[in-house]
Design a protein. Structure first.
Length: 373
């Protein structure tokens, strides 16, 4: 519609004198600038912040608000969630971070969090800005580094916790006596776009020593068929001119071999029915390249999974990252016949068992603990 309008203005401009053409050109520029201004998250009304302003006492003392933390730039409120070992557990085996993918949210990993918590791990996750219950323009980000900055801040927040800490008290988080979270084995599990975020965050945070990094169905390589060079060029061009313009919505095809997963995502009110924006697409494509370029410098112990029939995230991306990773302890599982959402397949517990077994060995190899941050 916008392009039709600009084409119409251009056609009419040929019939006008120089002054008229300049006037139409000025109006076109104003239109583009107004659209760009709309994409600035700082112009959005932070709903949660307004609500918190009306709350008496410490906001984290209220059941709903205790799960929100400010974004790294303090402009948005982000939803967080955790799954803890049984209350009678005398100690935690380690701390786990889950990093979700594009157009999903951390609550889709409820079964994963519960499983890991039963195994003795304290599990933490958050909705990226513009996703799930977090604030922000839906499925939009000014810079991909916003995701990285938010996650890095969240990780430091969690790693600063210990029994008796103020935050734990206000949120009713039961941390075993004598526990200092930053001294526990540390693991991070990223899925799909979350793999790109995880790789870039881990590499940008040398102050955190990771016991292990798990990468699931990493969308770390752009498929030249589904995202050809001319589409990337168009996204780059429109990222500056019309950053919020939406490409057609592709829906949720090929998520899993289980058709119920597709239906569940389709009905999930926290999974948006929106197409990609040029700004997000350009930022994502660029970040995929950056993440892949980190492989030769990636020295963390890493466990990778990818389905051979995944058409959402290019399988060769995980294979290439694995081959180029500088890590001396790396394992890749190519799951035959599996599609994208490996942790939602009928046999997902087999994958979780593999993850837990690997993490147990990693913790033992590191003396049951990691160095302090």
């Amino acid at each position: 519609m916008i392009f039709d309008l600009l084409s119409s203005l251009t056609a009419k401009a040929s019939k006008l004198d120089m002054l008229g053409r300049l006037a139409l050109f000025y109006l076109a520029l104003k239109l583009i600038k107004s659209l760009k201004a709309m994409s600035n998250p700082k112009t959005l009304q932070p709903r949660t912040q307004l609500a918190l302003g009306d709350v008496d006492g410490h906001p984290h003392a209220h059941a709903y608000y205790r799960h929100f933390i400010p974004s790294a730039d303090r402009d948005l409120w982000l939803f967080t969630k955790w799954w803890l070992p049984p209350a009678d557990a005398k100690a935690w085996k380690g701390v786990f971070f889950i990093v979700h993918g594009f157009n999903e949210h951390i609550s889709r990993y409820e079964h994963v969090g519960r499983y890991l918590a039963k195994q003795g791990y304290a599990v933490f996750g958050m909705d990226h800005q513009g996703h799930g219950l977090s604030e922000g323009e839906p499925l939009y980000v000014e810079r991909f580094t916003n995701y990285i900055d938010d996650l890095r801040q969240f990780m430091h927040h969690v790693l600063s916790l210990e029994s008796g800490s103020e935050y734990a008290k206000h949120t009713d988080m039961r941390i075993p006596e004598g526990t200092v979270v930053k001294q526990l084995p540390r693991f991070v599990l990223g899925h799909s776009m979350g793999v790109v975020i995880t790789v870039l965050t881990v590499q940008a945070s040398p102050e955190i020593d990771w016991t292990g990094v798990i990468l699931s169905a990493g969308a770390i390589k752009v498929d030249p068929v589904t995202a050809p060079w001319h589409l990337r060029a168009l996204a780059r061009l429109l990222s500056s001119a019309l950053p919020k313009l939406r490409f057609p919505d592709a829906g949720f095809p090929h998520l899993s071999n289980n058709p119920l997963i597709y239906q569940r995502a389709l009905r999930d009110p926290l999974c948006h029915k929106l197409g990609l924006s040029p700004r997000w697409a350009h930022e994502f494509f660029t970040s995929c390249d950056l993440a892949m370029a980190e492989a030769p410098k990636f020295k963390h112990d890493v466990l990778l999974f990818h389905g051979t029939k995944d058409v959402i995230a290019f399988p060769s991306g995980s294979q290439e990252f694995y081959a180029n990773a500088a890590s001396t302890n790396k394992t890749l599982h190519m799951l035959e016949g599996r599609e994208h959402e490996l942790l939602n397949e009928d046999d997902h517990e087999e994958m979780l068992e593999t993850i837990v077994d690997w993490c147990t060995k990693q913790a033992l190899a590191n003396g049951g603990a990691v160095a302090k941050a």
